[in-house]
Design a protein around this ligand. Sequence first.
Ligand SMILES: Cc1cc2nc3c(=O)[nH]c(=O)nc-3n(C[C@H](O)[C@H](O)[C@H](O)COP(=O)(O)OP(=O)(O)OC[C@H]3O[C@@H](n4cnc5c(N)ncnc54)[C@H](O)[C@@H]3O)c2cc1C
Length: 519
Amino acid sequence: MTAARVIVVGAGVGGLTSALELAARGLDVLVLERAAHPGGKMREVVVGGVAMDAGPTVFTMRWVFEELFDAIGARLADHLRLQPVSVIARHAWSERERLDLHADVQRSADAIGALAGAAASRGYLEFCARARRIYRTLETPFLRGSRPNPMSLAHRVGFAGLPDLLRIAPMSTLWHELGRHFADPRLRQLFGRYATYCGSSPFLAPATLMLVAHVEQDGVWMVEGGMHRVAQALAALATQRGATLRCNAMVDRVLVRSGRACGVRLANGEELLADAVVFNGDVAALATGLLGADAARAATLPPAERRSLSALTWNLLAPTSGFPLSRHTVFFSGDCAREFDDLSTHARLPSDPTVYVCAQDRSDDDHDAPGGAERLLLIVNAPATGDAGAPTDEELTRCEARTFHTLQRCGLTVQRRPEHSLLTTPRDFARLFPATGGALYGQASHGWTASFSRPGARSRMPGLYLAGGSVHPGPGVPMAALSGRQAAASLIADQRTASRRPSTSTSRPRVMPGGTSTR
Ligand SMILES: Cc1cc2nc3c(=O)[nH]c(=O)nc-3n(C[C@H](O)[C@H](O)[C@H](O)COP(=O)(O)OP(=O)(O)OC[C@H]3O[C@@H](n4cnc5c(N)ncnc54)[C@H](O)[C@@H]3O)c2cc1C
């Protein structure tokens, strides 16, 4: 019996995870990636002759990767060097107002007490306990499970877990519930920022997203060599287990026969046949018909107004002074409500942005600061309007000035040189991730039903599976990996069921006329 052939479209975290798991289980896997390198959003760019991360920087939920590697008989530690941080992130509102959140909850509570008083410190401890409860309530039935609906989620949680589910207050917004724990607007702003981890506004996202606080509390790691190493490690291991990775291979059609996905066509016209296809691009690309009219029926097109946020990012090689950057530092907007009003209501760049800075050459140890120019990634949230020609160059120039003004206000000077700077805008992200307008996290998590409206691993078309941040359980590196595992598990389960059924077709398609190949 020959191994089933699977084509994975896209070498982002979700696609690579699927490919690795399927190849390790003996399936014949071909990964097709339009970019020159695997990784997708987990990109690396070269600025001033130096490679640096241009996508995710915060590595959490290590257990997802431990379990993945265990499942295929490998050890994560043999492939990636991970170092836990003791300072999760440094936060600044001005030159005088700074706060470190530590891996140690009590140290964070003490730091919060010093910034905002004893009541804030107590509020923080209560908030942590609540975030932990929410996470524990949802980990198995939601994160690890196939896409639920509200009823099936309640069923999975079980009668005993229902009070916990109700206590999550899913109908209430994150912003509202944070108000119960924090009277100080700075702390509400800090923990409200967790909504942006899935490209959403804290004023519209459900309180459920408090669980992000627990995820970070559970551990943030630095990846030796940068986050892009995670993608390289997954790709190398998938290849070792027999998968083939073809980069610079743009898929422009999912081939369909008798209502079932049976392969893909590349932009150069080459057709490749398969028993099943895993699509790792954004589901909006499928639904808008970018992969053909047949495949468009496999997914529902999310309305553009439901898009998650995009970003402006600056990769810089530059000396800094005046502020002790940690590995992860957040410089806050002076007006949180206005920032999200700009982003969500007006779909425009924030006039007073919050700026996240990853200082890749630093650990969380202040004595560890590099001398001279260092690698920096600055991220500012932006609306996903990249396919509507926005923002304009003038708007970008204005936002850039305000971004560096925010840093300056908090004491940080960055000595930028244009030749050592790379700006990526929503227009660039829209080009890199087609049909998204630059949205980086699929649909926004706005409203309590949003978590249930992402598609699951099985698309509406037999033989076509979905993996990635636009799919259940949602965006973020570990979540995309979970979705990749779910796509692989669904595919294997369906193959098993099909193999038990009496065969109706005489043979599996292999070679089509006109130079179609099976590899
Ligand atoms: C600036 C930034 C910062 C972030 N920070 C964090 C963070 O700190 N921590 C965290 O956990 N997450 C973070 N994220 C989110 C995280 O990076 C993503 O959720 C995750 O990497 C998405 O993985 P994915 O599986 O959806 O694949 P993607 O990364 O979306 O990759 C999909 C791949 O499919 C390819 N593709 C699409 N269509 C086709 C086609 N037709 N033919 C061939 N190939 C195709 C694309 O080229 C791409 O390589 C960040 C994202 C960004 C952009």
